[in-house]
Design a protein around this ligand. Structure first.
Ligand SMILES: Nc1ncnc2c1ncn2[C@@H]1O[C@H](COP(=O)(O)OP(=O)(O)OP(=O)(O)O)[C@@H](O)[C@H]1O
Length: 296
């Protein structure tokens, strides 16, 4: 698998091999005690700017295969900014600039030969608000495989697989030609997850996927995440700490530090560890203050 554009030559394409060493460099070195082995993605000294504004500072993270990693922290600490930099969605934001590296199976996704569209095929995204296309349920799912030129011999099977994968098939199998807008909010979000998995990504980024949903729809998405991680690597931004503790294997806690002169608040990673450790034995007092509700 490669994220290079089709013009890349074979010798420019890096192998997709597991790296077995734990990655414990950078600012969070002593805190990332249990970084995953053979990470699918890593950030190294990741800094993101919006124009002159320094939004996130030196983020070092590694995301384990078939794990769910939660990004948590108070509003404005840069969680979504970090998430969007993982599949180059920030390219679409005018004035956004990314420094440092983001690697996917060892390849720098910001490398000069890398095609951002290909990156997003491997690293899909589900947004906060369900955003189905104004099309039928069927066409919402078939759209991705069609436009990405996936070789499909049986589109009906692709649609069914994706809807089953998103735990939506039984609810919609008799109305596949109906408009997606006729579904409930929770069903629409599962449709968006089905749409994402239809193009067979490796990593799924989720930006507060349950924040617009009621508790029952939220529980269904959380169950779904646990099922999906057997096939995919999932990285989720959530404000809901119970959700992070319920679904994730590892948690990264961010905060924002005000600049002494400008007062601008720059996000930074405070602590990254197994979720159980973050919630039961946080190493940093700022993490403890946040998870116990004394800050943020
Ligand atoms: N498109 C943008 N242009 C300019 N500044 C932005 C942009 N997007 C985010 N920011 C700023 O970057 C900082 C981090 O924002 P971001 O949305 O990543 O934080 P967050 O932790 O996800 O916040 P929240 O939890 O409120 O969604 C904030 O100060 C925000 O105002």
């Amino acid at each position: 698998m490669t994220i290079h554009s089709p013009t890349s030559t074979t010798d420019e394409i890096l192998d997709v091999t597991d790296r077995t060493e734990a990655v414990n460099n950078g600012d969070a070195s002593d805190l990332a005690r249990t970084a995953p082995r053979g990470p699918v993605m890593e950030t190294r000294d990741l800094n993101v700017f919006y124009g002159d504004f320094h939004a996130v500072h030196d983020v070092n993270l590694s995301f384990g295969r078939h794990e769910i990693t939660a990004l948590i922290g108070p509003s404005g600490c840069g969680k979504s900014t970090v998430l969007r930099s993982l599949n180059r969605m920030n390219d679409l934001v005018a004035g956004a600039k990314v420094q440092g590296s983001v690697t996917y199976h060892g390849e720098d996704i910001y490398g000069p030969k890398v095609d951002p569209i290909t990156v997003r095929q491997h690293i899909g995204m589900v947004f906060q608000k369900p955003n189905p296309f104004p099309k039928s349920i069927y066409d919402n799912i078939a759209y991705g495989p069609r436009v990405t030129g996936m070789k499909v011999t049986d589109m009906d099977a692709v649609v069914e697989d994706a809807l089953r994968g998103a735990a939506l098939w039984d609810e919609v199998k008799d109305k596949l030609k109906s408009p997606a807008y006729g579904l409930s909010g929770g069903q629409q979000q599962r449709l968006c997850i089905a749409r994402t998995i239809a193009t067979r990504p490796d990593v799924i980024l989720m930006d507060e996927p349950c924040s617009a949903l009621d508790p029952i729809a939220t529980a269904r998405i959380e169950d779904l995440m646990s099922e999906l991680k057997t096939e995919f690597t999932i990285i989720i931004v959530t404000h809901n700490m119970q959700q992070a503790s319920r679904v994730s294997d590892r948690t990264a806690f961010f905060t924002a530090r005000p600049d002494e002169t400008t007062g601008n608040r720059t996000g930074l990673l405070v602590e990254f560890n197994r979720t159980q450790d973050i919630f039961e034995a946080p190493a940093d007092p700022r993490t403890e203050a946040y998870i116990t509700g004394r800050f943020g």
